[in-house]
Design a protein around this ligand. Structure first.
Ligand SMILES: Cc1ncc(C[n+]2csc(CCOP(=O)(O)OP(=O)(O)O)c2C)c(N)n1
Ligand SMILES: [Mg+2]
Length: 283
């Protein structure tokens, strides 16, 4: 059995993987009393479908040349990716208490030199897609059939560099490039619709020459189907999937206050948050 087959064990439902990713993220954030928890809870279903369905990789060999590259363009989502890498067995769960410590492999902002499975140092928004284009081109030139997945956010779609990269991806017909957008409708300065208008996102990216799908990012069947279509399609160019998500998904009382880029969790609320999440544990 290959690693990918083991990871896709049918006896571990994706919903349970997503639940575990949320729990790892909450436990990590609690160590520092803070973290981009709204984003991690919101994108957990998408990450579960990526790491336990779509991506090829070897947990024991994160540098394996044949791996699909998963780029975290949104560096502030690092805690979300750590949680997925822990669930995937790339990072041991025992490292959770080190989150944010000086000598930790899990710094609060993602850095590729620190963390296995972290392909790039993201965070300067708009850069991830430019790197992804170069990687996808390089892989194709080396006849490496791996795919490049680049995780972006709705706020990041406003960055000019992304649009330049979008044109280059079409120019080079990068059919091995999949851009994933966590569309939670929020960004640092408020609701995305009130900052710069990226609407209509699907039409704009299609007009640039991309294949575009848009699905509910909490409907695991739809997420899986979209990821399969993005990879399997005969389309001769780059692909994008926009996932509509809700910040803090899975922790009801945080979800209700989640209209902020940085969700505040008071010290006495971490237990409550973990208990609230527990109530959503899949059967
Ligand atoms: C080039 C650049 N400009 C500004 C920032 C500061 N910044 C960090 S996160 C963020 C919000 C981006 O939108 P989004 O990722 O949708 O926000 P979220 O959903 O996490 O609230 C901003 C402006 C940055 N990291 N990089
Ligand atoms: Mg956002």
């Amino acid at each position: 059995m290959t690693t990918s087959e083991r990871l896709r064990r049918p006896n571990v439902p994706l919903a349970l993987r997503a639940f575990n990713i949320r729990r790892h993220a909450l436990r990590m954030a609690r160590v520092q009393g803070q973290g981009y928890i709204g984003q991690a809870l919101g994108v957990a279903d998408v990450l579960a479908a990526c790491f336990f369905h779509a991506l090829n990789y070897r947990p024991e060999d994160p540098q394996w040349e044949g791996r699909d590259r998963f780029l975290l363009s949104v560096g502030h989502y690092a805690i979300a990716l750590y949680a997925a890498l822990i669930e995937a067995g790339v990072i041991p769960e025992e490292e959770i208490p080190t989150y944010g410590a000086d000598d930790s492999r899990l710094p609060m902002s993602g850095m590729c030199t620190y963390t296995p499975g972290m392909e790039i140092t993201g965070g300067s928004l708009g850069q991830g897609l430019t790197v992804a284009v170069g990687m996808a081109l390089g892989l194709r030139r080396k006849n490496n059939p791996a795919f490049v997945y680049n995780l972006m956010s709705d706020g990041e779609l406003e960055e000019g560099a992304s649009w330049e990269a979008a044109m280059a991806a079409v120019r080079y017909r990068l059919a091995n490039l999949v851009c994933l957008v966590d569309f939670n409708g929020q960004q640092a300065d408020g609701p995305s619709r009130e900052i710069l208008l990226t609407v209509p996102e699907e039409e704009k990216w299609r007009a640039f020459g991309w294949q575009v799908q848009r699905v509910d990012g909490h409907d695991l069947e739809a997420v899986v189907a979209a990821l399969e279509q993005a990879r399997g399609s005969e389309f001769a160019g780059p692909r994008m999937v926009i996932f509509d998500t809700r910040m803090c998904r899975g922790v009801d009382f945080l979800e209700r206050r989640a209209s902020a880029h940085f969700v505040r969790v008071e010290p006495e609320e971490w237990d409550l948050a973990l208990a609230a999440l527990e109530r959503s544990r899949p059967q």
